[in-house]
Design a protein around this ligand. Structure first.
Ligand SMILES: [Zn+2]
Length: 283
């Protein structure tokens, strides 16, 4: 629908593709103006093949990968905040003064408030409070985005950043428990060892299915999502679980994306057919 604006705020190149690639492509194709903000260049992510990047070049390479993915999904505007990837919890990278998790809260929030007032999105997307699987940058980007969403609408806060803007909805990307169950079934059917998967699932069982408010069918744009994932080739090597399952199974799993409504507070069990449903003439 023309005139709709969607803002997605994530931490690393590839965060946008796994959970929301189909959705971003779907809305972009429908004429929605899609802005993607990425806090870091993912400097301490994986390197699937040493010929793709070195630890020194990884941030630069992943910026190119993100640009490739954004173009593939039809994203209108890509904004990098330029913080450093903080690494997994408990690693030495956590201590780097340039790491996103060490950025002053006020600084990040002000930048996001400024962007929200400039872009004036109707819908904002970010991670849920645990960041999907607990990555410190995912948790930080969640926290800062939620705070900025609140403050952007308050005319008493940061008047120098422009007129207050109240977005209509804030959603969290939510990978539901049932998704992991389906993945596990796929692994079992191939005779794969699920020990590590089960251990992780015990720690991080996924978002409760009854707290999913939107399940968007994205089979029309799943190819764009698949191609966007392949743009992130340093992260999406042959060892990736999604590369080990049969392509048809993975595309089937990836053909639905799930969101939890964070603001306004949903009614228990509330279901919406799309992120913009009921907003002006949205869907
Ligand atoms: Zn990430």
């Amino acid at each position: 629908m023309m005139g709709q604006r969607l803002l997605a705020v994530f931490a690393h190149p590839d965060d946008e593709a796994f959970g929301t690639g189909g959705t971003l492509a779907y809305y972009a194709a429908a004429g929605t103006e899609v802005t993607l903000v990425c806090a870091t260049r993912g400097e301490v992510g994986e390197i699937a093949d040493p010929s793709y990047a070195s630890p020194e070049t990884l941030g630069w390479i992943r910026e190119q990968e993100l640009q490739c993915a954004a173009e593939t999904m039809g994203v209108d505007r890509l904004i990098l905040l330029g913080y450093r990837d903080s690494g997994m919890a408990g690693t030495a990278e956590n201590e780097d003064c340039r790491a996103f998790i060490n950025a002053p809260e006020g600084e990040v929030v002000v930048r996001l408030v400024a962007l929200m007032r400039q872009i004036r999105p109707h819908v904002v997307l970010t991670f849920e409070p645990k960041g999907g699987y607990g990555h410190p940058d995912h948790i930080a980007v969640h926290r800062h985005t939620v705070r900025a969403f609140q403050l952007a609408s308050d005319p008493a806060m940061y008047p120098e950043l422009g007129p207050a803007w109240q977005a209509d909805r804030l959603f969290y990307t939510a990978i539901p428990h049932s998704f992991f169950i389906q993945m596990r079934e796929g692994m079992v059917s191939l005779g794969m060892d699920t020990t590590e998967f089960d251990r992780r699932m015990a720690e991080m069982p996924g978002w409760p299915d009854d707290k999913v408010n939107v399940t968007l069918g994205v089979s029309d744009t799943v190819e764009a999502k698949w191609d966007a994932l392949h743009c992130h080739r340093t992260q999406f090597g042959p060892g990736n679980l999604f590369r080990q399952l049969p392509e048809a199974t993975v595309k089937e799993l990836m053909s639905r994306e799930h969101f939890a409504l964070a603001w306004p507070q949903p009614e228990p069990g509330q279901r919406l057919s799309g992120l913009f449903e009921g907003l002006t003439d949205g869907h």
